[in-house]
Design a protein around this ligand. Sequence first.
Ligand code: ZN
Length: 231
Amino acid sequence: MYYFLYDDHNSKNEAIYNENETKKEICENCGGIQTSVKGIYNFAIKGELCDCYDVASDFVISEKFLNVLRENSYTGFEVSETSPVKSTNMPIDEKYYLLNVTGRCGLLRKIDGELFPYCRKCHRKIGSTGLVTTGVTFAESEYDGSDIFAFNNLSNVPIVSEKIKDVLLKSKLTNLRFVALNEWEYSDRILKRSVFRRLEKNSVYPELIEAWIKNGVLTEQELNEQLNKRK
Ligand SMILES: [Zn+2]
């Protein structure tokens, strides 16, 4: 069994994204934005200091967490420096690191092995597709064998094996939350009228239309009617 690793934050204990210098790349097909932070990563911690945080779409770990990964010689990640502050803007003495998962297991697949809708150009998982599903899986042939890994199109959520999950729990790291891959809930509902509005505005691309038809939020007939209206 494999697990996604998230933080277990609540309104009292959480990390918040602070202003960072970023580089943005926009995909001309799906409009998705790839943001990468330049330089030392800034974020703020609210509440007591925990061992890991999801910060916006980044994953940050404490020195204790990093030591556990290193002592066990786990593969599949790199770390870079961060500059955390308390939410009161006081600097924090403890060190935290931005976890960059480098291990890979291909593109996200539904439990039956079918790929999640993705952009053929940037390979990003696309949104507003109407897909509602429980459980994901990866193709064994696309998994590079790293101890810590992630889907190519969900690269900010680390995946670990049952064995590593047990090691992390035994190490008494705080703020961990594990979700089994086959129990992961995915809900990307979209209303029919939003689908029609996007078709009217021509704010669509082939992969999206394909997903709408596949997920039953648009029929071929409705699509043709909308396309005829446009002429
Ligand atoms: Zn794209």
